[in-house]
Ligand binder design. Structure first.
Ligand code: AOF
Ligand code: ZN
Length: 373
């Protein structure tokens, strides 16, 4: 394998570590999906001895798995890792101890871990043991891959991705909630992949009542990568016969209700395995979205995808809570009496704090990715 022109060896090996970690996005919460490689100089270029990503459920961490796989050959080798190795005693011993014990002589890490239990201590310990530490390789990609973890530990809320599907004239549906297909099959598959790489997907009770969605990942063989399904349901109207309830053994179903929602509904729902949490209402009667996100972060959610109707979508935009908007635009128009994609707001409201970073075609539909600067 030869290095692409212009990129240093550390850069492209870090890209491989990032790929190893990203494979498990959506499966490692509450932990970040870290990637690690053990690499030795072979005399004819670097040789990747082992690679690993943080395991499902968040443990074991990436580094001890890659080190165990490399075995004795790790002695004197370099470890590439997408996040600062941990230095705290959690449910597993610190990764820095495993790195030292394996005899690694150099660590290349993309970014510091903002978790207050680590925050530079991992690097400091490695250096104090005479291990060379290089940081700042693949920083931008690592910040994206670990955005959920970073926001959860620094802001107490998940990274929020808002998915929208709009017609060429910026509409999201026909008046009167009449169903209409906007985007095509390739976009649908991409949305299911997005569900797989998020910890949870959130919608509003209005969408549940009109569309009866499952919000699972129905790509072949990927049903077990379905996210936690979260419904904003202030008065607990979720029908027991809904597709969400019918699939609650495939992926958890959590409802976020108002403090004043009927207690007997909560009892009924809880008995069938649905989890109910409550948040305050805002003066306008809507649920307090900041509190809802805080609750989800406390439950361990790092990456939240919002796949909701125009009212819920607009509420998150208005509260400044959207970190990324993934907008599929179809070639067809729906006409002036169709419903706006963001209730009461132009689509350009997203430009107030997001800007376009990527664009790609999925069949006939264009995906634009907007991110917070
Ligand atoms: C690493 N490598 O692969 C991951 C790390 O509860 P614990 O003990 O599993 O620790 C969780 C914290 O460890 C998490 O908040 C984050 O700071 C770090 N995650 N660290 O060295 C990994 N996933
Ligand atoms: Zn660790």
């Amino acid at each position: 394998m030869s290095a692409p022109p212009g990129a240093g060896v550390d850069d492209w090996l870090m890209q491989a570590a990032l790929a190893a970690g990203r494979r498990n996005l959506g499966m490692t919460w509450p932990n970040p999906a870290v990637g690690a490689l053990v690499v030795r100089e072979s005399g004819q270029g670097p040789l990747i001895l082992a690679h690993a990503g943080t395991a499902k459920g968040g443990r074991p961490h990436a580094e001890p798995q890659a080190l165990a796989d490399a075995g004795e050959a790790a002695r004197g080798a370099t470890l590439y890792v997408t996040l600062e190795p941990c230095s705290h005693h959690g449910r597993t011993p610190p990764c820095v101890d495993a790195i030292q014990a394996a005899g690694i002589s150099r660590v290349v890490a993309a970014i510091e871990d903002p978790d207050i239990r680590v925050a530079g201590r991992g690097f400091a310990f490695l250096r104090s043991q005479g291990i060379e530490v290089t940081t700042g390789i693949g920083t931008e990609e690592a910040r994206l891959a670990h955005a959920g973890h970073i926001r959860r530990v620094t802001l107490g809320r998940p990274h929020l991705m808002l998915k929208l599907a709009v017609s060429a004239d910026g509409k999201a549906g026909l008046a009167g909630r009449r169903p209409v297909a906007i985007t095509g099959e390739a976009a649908r598959r991409q949305v299911h992949l997005m569900r797989a790489t998020h910890d949870a997907v959130l919608t509003g009770i209005g969408t549940v009542l009109s569309d009866d969605p499952q919000l699972t990942c129905r790509l072949p063989g990927m049903l077990d990568r379905s996210p936690v399904r979260v419904v904003l349901d202030s008065t607990l109207r979720l029908p027991l016969a809904s597709a969400l309830v019918a699939t609650h053994e495939i992926a958890p179903l959590w409802l976020i209700a108002a403090e004043d929602a009927p207690a007997d509904r909560e009892t009924t729902l809880t008995e069938i395995g649905v989890e109910v949490m409550r948040v305050r209402r805002r003066p306008n009667g809507g649920l307090d979205l900041h509190e809802a996100l805080h609750l989800l972060a406390m439950r361990g959610i790092t990456r939240l995808m919002v796949e909701a109707g125009p009212r819920v979508a607009a509420a998150f935009v208005q509260d400044g809570l959207v970190d990324e908007a993934d907008i599929f635009t179809a070639p067809a128009t729906l006409g002036t009496d169709a419903i706006d994609a963001l209730h009461g707001l132009p689509l350009s409201a997203l430009d107030a704090y997001l800007s376009e970073t990527e664009t790609a075609m999925h069949g006939p539909d264009r995906l634009r990715v907007l991110r917070r600067a």
